[in-house]
Design a protein around this ligand. Structure first.
Ligand code: ATP
Length: 199
């Protein structure tokens, strides 16, 4: 078992966000967290990552508390949230290196070409469109090796071509034994995913 969530509750401003939620995530699994605007999907992802305190329940990673082996958990986890981490005052290439560290040049250029960022490598990210910025952040899906992907609205701002690339990347991630938890308001063109609905 990679991730096990049991009877999890979160409060914000003294308000319980959703009924207790439980799910297990194994190697090869995709879980879509669904629910209305404000139901707590992003909060749940942030709680899994340890960025938000939970009010009840347990979160186990590989059978142990994420707190106890937090560094290992973060090392094995790729999180791309609403705030993508892309720095506006750095160029596309600087952001790619900052977000992904020392990746061989050939792999970088393959991903840069695929995401059509090649013309923008020296451009400061503040001059990019939202979709182009999102592409910079999502390059990590190909450049970093992480077992667990936690993706908050990965398809927002992307055109159909980029959305298809992300769906393929998710399928490859689970085919090689990884796992994915994501939120999205749109239907997923991916077979065999499980849905957890927050209410
Ligand atoms: N930083 C914050 N401080 C206090 N409350 C917050 C904060 N961020 C979000 N909330 C509240 O927590 C609740 C859940 O928000 P969250 O962003 O987790 O929902 P969501 O399901 O991801 O929504 P959406 O579908 O609109 O992205 C909302 O009522 C929101 O007002």
């Amino acid at each position: 078992m990679l991730l096990s969530i049991k009877d999890l509750e979160i409060e914000r401003d003294d308000k319980v966000l959703f009924s207790p939620v439980s799910f297990d995530l194994n190697s090869g699994d995709i879980i879509k967290i669904a629910g209305e605007n404000g139901s707590g999907k992003s909060s749940l992802l942030r709680a899994i990552l340890g960025f938000l305190t939970i009010s009840d329940g347990t979160i186990l990673y590989r059978g142990g508390s994420t707190n106890r082996a937090y560094n290992q958990f973060l090392k094995e986890t790729l999180y791309i949230g609403h705030n993508t981490g892309v720095k506006d005052n750095l160029s596309v290439s600087e952001n790619l290196y900052l977000l992904n560290g020392s990746v061989p040049k050939k792999e970088f250029s393959t991903v840069v070409d695929m995401l059509q960022l090649q013309e923008h490598m020296d451009v400061l990210c503040r001059f990019l469109s939202e979709g182009q910025k999102k592409r910079v952040a999502l390059a990590s899906l190909w450049l970093r090796e992480c077992t667990l992907w936690i993706l908050d609205e990965p398809f927002v701002s992307l055109d159909n071509v980029a959305q298809a690339l992300i769906q393929n990347a998710i399928l490859k991630q689970v085919a090689k034994g990884g796992a994915v938890v994501l939120t999205t308001h749109q239907p997923l063109a991916i077979p065999n995913y499980k849905e957890v609905f927050l209410s």
